[in-house]
Design a protein around this ligand. Structure first.
Ligand SMILES: [Zn+2]
Ligand SMILES: [Zn+2]
Length: 287
């Protein structure tokens, strides 16, 4: 079976990998080589488009190669996205890997809050796929990642607030086509203190978030870092019509990880491929 495009991939042009002048240099090229090796036909490089200095963190929230990004004010600071450098790099790999369909993309964090600043960095109209991601939220002490918030707030409060913000993000921005990783706050759920994550506790929050995405005419990303069968099931129940598949790879080895299992899960709830691997999968009516 032909795998769908990996529609969520990062390279050295994403600030959290270290940037193009770091040890991450060459990762876009290496990721293309790996994609060809595993038979992937299409890929989207969806680099982070975030506004520096807009959320706070603690040193333990950042990986070793990111520690220097924490500034004296306790906010995460990095060089703004280099649109020209990124587009040149995409052009180079397109020439080097003519059999791989290489698409442009961006992962826009908090699109409902940073639309104007993002538009100053890059013309989003030129980009093939824009993902909308909720990475941070403000529970009264300024914006922070769920990972940071779990330390000072009840886990259920963080999860509820995260899910309640999704409809606000959808209503507040037209620039993104796909909502990425709706399970973002599940990734760092503090299981040692709170017990294993149980989606049934948050079912209504997930369902109303999914409903808002469907009613807003957006697609949902099947983020394959973790596979949850209840997400495609609830997405279908709530009227979801389209999905993309994204590994959220930051290193070449992770490209298209778990895609065979993820596509089987989506087929099971009635989604089918588009005409080409680059297209979204859509739900067909099942008899
Ligand atoms: Zn993300
Ligand atoms: Zn990502």
């Amino acid at each position: 079976m032909t795998l769908p495009a990996d529609s969520h991939v990062h390279s050295e042009w994403s600030w959290d990998t270290g940037g193009p002048a770091s040890a991450a240099a060459g990762r876009m090229r290496a990721t293309c080589a790996q994609a060809v090796r595993i038979g992937l036909e299409a890929i989207y490089f969806t680099e982070h488009l975030d506004v520096p200095g807009t959320w706070h963190a603690e040193p333990e929230d950042l990986m070793p190669h990111q520690q220097h990004l924490l500034n004296g004010a306790g906010t995460v600071d990095f060089a703004p996205f280099d649109a020209a450098g990124y587009l040149d790099a995409v052009d180079r790999v397109r020439h080097e890997f003519p059999d791989l369909r290489i698409h442009t993309g961006l992962e826009l964090g908090q699109p409902h809050l940073v639309g104007r600043q993002a538009a100053q960095l890059v013309d989003l109209g030129l980009i093939d796929r824009v993902l909308g991601s909720l990475h941070t939220l403000d529970l009264g002490d300024g914006p922070a990642e769920p990972h940071t918030l779990y330390r000072d707030h009840a886990p259920a409060e963080v999860m509820d607030a995260y899910l309640a913000q999704i409809p606000v993000m959808v209503a507040g921005s037209e620039v993104f086509e796909v909502v990425a990783h709706i399970d973002y706050a599940v990734r760092t759920w503090p299981a040692p203190s709170a017990g294993p994550f149980d989606q049934r506790r948050f079912e209504e929050g997930f369902r109303s978030a999914l409903r808002s995405i469907a009613q807003g005419g957006r697609a949902l990303e099947m983020n394959t870092r973790r596979l949850w069968p209840w997400i495609p099931q609830w997405w279908a129940d709530e009227g979801g019509a389209a999905v993309s598949f994204g590994s959220d790879a930051h290193t070449p080895d992770a490209v298209a990880s778990h895609f065979p299992e993820a596509t089987a899960m989506l087929e099971h709830v009635g989604f089918r491929p588009g005409r080409t691997p680059a297209e979204l999968w859509r739900r067909v009516h099942v008899l």
